[in-house]
Ligand binder design. Structure first.
Ligand SMILES: [Zn+2]
Length: 78
């Protein structure tokens, strides 16, 4: 999946409008999970985190829209 570029200068860092969590679904067990996100990490983030339900690793990709809405994609990581 390729996300469109946007001006990261417009990213509403630190003014309280950026999401600090997002809903997603675990790609391993299918459980709905809430992902905590640190907007200070930037408009685009990628990291590995373990599912709190099944303990299997996710490859987490976060992208903030210019409005500060977080979009999260989870893929199996190993
Ligand atoms: Zn899981």
């Amino acid at each position: 999946m390729i996300w469109p570029d946007f001006l990261e200068d417009d990213f509403p860092l630190g003014d309280g409008t950026a999401d600090t969590s997002a809903q997603a679904e675990c790609p391993h067990c299918g459980e709905p999970v809430e992902i905590a996100i640190d907007p200070g990490g930037g408009a685009r983030q990628e990291y590995v985190e373990d599912c709190p339900v099944c303990c299997q690793p996710w490859h987490v990709r976060v992208r903030y829209t210019p409005d500060g809405v977080a979009e999260v994609q989870l893929d199996p990581a190993d």
